[in-house]
Design a protein. Structure first.
Length: 267
């Protein structure tokens, strides 16, 4: 049974697979949610955990630090909540399988198109991005940290990116470093190759958000669309989507509706 059958009884809860006669998610549309942990009340954690499947709940209990457990629960609850929001299928019903490089991919039921989803979380924030058929990646990072940015960049950034980072004032180095890093991570997560893809083999222009590949990478920059976001004062986020005609993409980016997740957990 899917939650679609409950739609007539609770229009507030489920917007269902269509809104205003149009599908909420297609190969031309991306849904992007982020969830700020500062917005989550103490009484919400049980609700969010109930949206996870048994394996995820068991894994969440093994985290040593409460903040790590909470951001894991927030990310996976948002993921399952978004899937339900766009399809009507119960949140705990979704299954995942690992691709060749370990990237989790949805196992979609016969009545659902090939959904592609990606999640990311960092201290204080979780995010999830969903579309149909297209490679997709999202990355979020916490700004309130200290790190030897230029030294790190030497090992993972392209030469042009290192030059830009070296030229900015010290007060801007963390944000500039993470601006590049989130874009690079979003791309790597979208192609699903993980650490096997050298990060120095491609670079970004932060103004145009164009990607450039060196000769070792067989990819076409014209097939990629990137977005940058500032979901709050302490975080940066980047989205990567592969599409043959990126200007046709519609991206619906919004904070995750916490009230919706609460109501979903109550079913």
């Amino acid at each position: 049974m899917t939650l679609t059958e409950n739609r007539a009884a609770d229009r507030f809860l489920l917007h269902g697979p269509v809104a205003n006669g149009k599908p909420l998610i297609t190969s031309e549309r991306v849904a992007l949610w982020w969830l700020d942990l500062a917005e989550i009340g103490e009484g919400d954690w049980g609700c969010l955990a109930s949206l996870l499947n048994e394996e995820e709940r068991s894994r969440s209990e093994r985290f040593h630090f409460e903040r790590d457990k909470q951001v894991y629960v927030a990310a996976h609850a948002s993921c399952r909540g978004l899937l339900t929001y766009c399809t009507g299928h119960a949140p705990q019903s979704w299954q995942f399988a690992a691709e060749d490089y370990g990237k989790p991919e949805l196992v979609c039921p016969p009545d659902v198109p090939r959904l592609r989803i990606n999640i990311s979380h960092t201290r204080g924030l979780a995010a999830v991005a969903l579309t149909v058929d297209r490679d997709i990646g999202v990355d979020v990072e916490w700004l309130q940290r200290s790190a030897p940015t230029e030294k790190l960049a030497e090992s993972v950034f392209a030469a042009r990116e290192c030059e830009i980072l070296a030229a900015v004032p010290d007060s801007q180095k963390i944000e500039t470093f993470l601006s590049f890093w989130t874009l690079k991570e979003a791309y790597v997560k979208a192609i699903g190759k993980g650490l096997s893809q050298p990060l120095a083999a491609f670079s970004f222009d932060l103004e145009t958000l164009r990607i450039h590949f060196d000769d070792t990478v067989r990819d076409d920059p014209e097939n990629w669309w990137f977005e940058r976001y500032r979901p709050g004062p302490d975080h940066l986020m980047a989205l990567a989507v592969r599409h043959p005609d990126p200007v046709r993409l519609k991206i619906d980016a919004t904070p995750a509706p916490l009230e919706y997740l609460r109501r979903l957990a109550a079913i």
